[in-house]
Design a protein around this ligand. Sequence first.
Ligand code: SF4
Length: 567
Amino acid sequence: MVTPRPATTAAPAEPHRATATVRPPRATKPNGQWKVDGTAPLNHNEEFKQESDPLEVRARIEQTYAREGFDSIPGDDLHGRFRWWGLYTQRKPGIDGGRTATLEPHELEDRYFMLRVRIDGGALTTEQLRTIAGISRDFGRGSADLTDRQNIQLHWIQVEDVPEIWRRLESVGLSTTEACGDVPRVILGSPVAGVAKDELIDPTPIINEIQERWIGDPELSNLPRKFKSAITGHPSQDVVHEINDISFVAVQHPELGIGYDLWVGGGLSTAPRLAERLGVFVTPEDAPEVWYGVVRIFRDYGYRRLRNKARLKFLLADWGPAKFRQILEDEYLGRALPDGPAAPVPDQQGDHVGVHEQKDGRFYVGVAPTVGRVSGDILASVADVAEAHGSLRVRLTPHQKLVVLDVAAEKVESLVTELDALGLQANPSQFRRRTIACTGIEYCKLAIVETKATAATAITQLEERLGDVSALKPISLHVNGCPNSCARIQTADIGLKGQLVTDDDGSQVPGFQVHLGGGLASQDREEAGLGRTVRGLKVTADGIADYVERVVTRFEKDRDGDETFAQ
Ligand code: SF4
């Protein structure tokens, strides 16, 4: 006999099944876009930025930490807000790369700082260069590196000395304001702005206006992450424009004259993406406001929930250039921009090494320090040598090179000879010219391998082995100490990404994953392309020269006519 179920337990089957299987749509997690999701902080970085404007840490450094020392600095200032003033703690010496991922950050960190001096457009007077040299000698154990973003980095800085360093820098018009942090970083500018004979337009007024109006402005001191800018008026497109958040590249418009082609959304690191043209023409007068509009789009719509998705490139990838342009015009400029042509692809993106005529009949001389490593003494000597040859101006390049401007024809040879004696060659081998390296394990807490000395050794070995290397097709070699790509792994013919690798004896040793075939736009390859990882292709740090030699000689042997490495 079947016992009837009590009415109370006879729940209707349909509604029950519906409850079990058809859930209300799950709310997608907010991306932290201020204009869409509100400004409530979604991670600790966002919290500390909102708690106190990171720019305000300067007062605490001057009034407290410089007096009371390293141990008085709380964590959010030390590891967060200090960056807004160009200060990072450097790596404790002697900790090998195998322990980078296993130690706590404070165990990796030294009580000294890297200090990044911001040099918009890479433009320095000899007085400014001598000031940086003096700071290096007095407070930085003589250290100095030219970076691939036209900055100079000093090491071994103690917090007690920072106010005096700022005083010296600011007395000659330099600063460390927003040299790091979630802000508009240094503006890359053509190293030969205003002087090159073949320049289309001088972008210096635009760089100066942006610098004066908005660098250090609290309205832009809390971006989702860093914001990188570049602007060039030189036809060689010498500011690696494809890998910046925003770039202005000089172009001739058939009716409107010379202005700029606007690119947005480039960036490398572990999710590389090339910038895209918005298809607009920007007049020189409009350029500062367009820059201001794009940086505010990033501030208001940029993703803030996840740090590794917080660059502008992710927003551009989701929106596409057409929507990005529309938002820029409708919400930020209040007017449409004219359509514009693309700038012609240059023969080679300019590094300005060598001797070149200026528009005023004098010459500029570009020289190659090995992988950007110089010193306070060398910088002071460059200032002396330049002045002795009638020049008061130098420029830094996005390729870790240095350019002396305004040299009279009859003084060029002597200048070249004296710079050469400092290790700064105006006619370097292709390897010395086209190799760059990031900071690496010597100072960087994220590094897995050494880079600067490793690259310098490889350059010397390659020069010895390959003899007249200038006869070879130029090949770029970019050496990085970890996957973060500060030395642009993916835009080199041969990009090296630092990691531990297994050597022939089965031991774990410092080495590199190889990326091949990357490059920025030039006639060789027509358009920029990101290098690709070759599965399983790794080299040990000691084996770089062997590997490059094999690649170069095989390529030269098999090359079909003018075929380039990228092809
Ligand atoms: Fe440091 Fe890595 Fe950047 Fe090199 S690429 S400077 S190791 S974070």
